[in-house]
Write a protein that binds this ligand. Structure first.
Ligand SMILES: [Cu+2]
Length: 147
C-alpha cells in the first residue's frame, strides 16, 4: 500500500514535465520552419535571383507616369532565365510582344497579373532581344537580351 502510490506519483509527475518541454520544442521547430519557408518564398536563398525590378509610385497615374517602370529597362541576361519582382505598390504584368524580331513561337509565356511582392520567371529558348511591356500600364516597356 505504501509502495504503490509512490511510483504512481513519480511516473505521473515526470511525463507532465517532459510533455511541456516537448511542446515547447515542437513550437520552436514550427516557428523555425515558418521563418525559413517565409525567407525561401521571399527569395532570400540563392535559387531565386531577381534580375529586373518593377517599380512604381503606388499610383501609376496619369497615363505615362514615368515612376512606373521596369528597372533596368534594357537588361542583358547571362543565361536563359530571367526573374522579375514587383517591388512597386500596384499590380503589373510582364507581357511579351509577339511582333518583335523574335519568332513568335519562341516567345516565353507572359506572366499573370503580379501582385505586390510577387515574382515571375521566364525561361527563353532562343537568343535575341525580347520586347515586353506591362499590360495594365502599356507605357511601361522594356527589353531583355538573351545571349
Ligand atoms: Cu504596370
Amino acid at each position: 500500500m505504501e509502495t504503490s502510490p509512490k511510483p504512481a506519483d513519480t511516473t505521473s509527475g515526470a511525463p507532465k514535465k517532459r510533455g511541456k518541454g516537448m511542446w515547447i520544442a515542437v513550437a520552436a521547430v514550427v516557428v523555425i520552419i515558418v521563418v525559413v519557408a517565409g525567407l525561401y518564398f521571399a527569395g532570400y536563398f540563392s535559387g531565386q535571383t531577381v534580375n529586373i525590378s518593377i517599380v512604381d509610385d503606388a499610383k501609376c497615374t496619369p497615363t505615362g507616369d514615368t515612376a512606373c517602370a521596369f528597372s533596368p529597362t534594357s537588361y542583358s541576361a547571362t543565361g536563359k532565365t530571367v526573374t522579375w519582382k514587383n517591388n512597386g505598390g500596384v499590380q503589373h504584368t510582364v507581357t511579351f510582344n509577339a511582333t518583335t524580331g523574335v519568332n513568335p513561337a519562341n516567345q516565353p509565356t507572359s506572366s499573370a497579373t503580379l501582385d505586390v511582392g510577387n515574382t515571375f520567371t521566364a525561361t527563353f529558348t532562343t537568343s535575341g532581344t525580347y520586347h515586353y511591356y506591362c499590360n495594365i500600364h502599356s507605357w511601361m516597356q522594356a527589353t531583355v537580351t538573351i545571349p
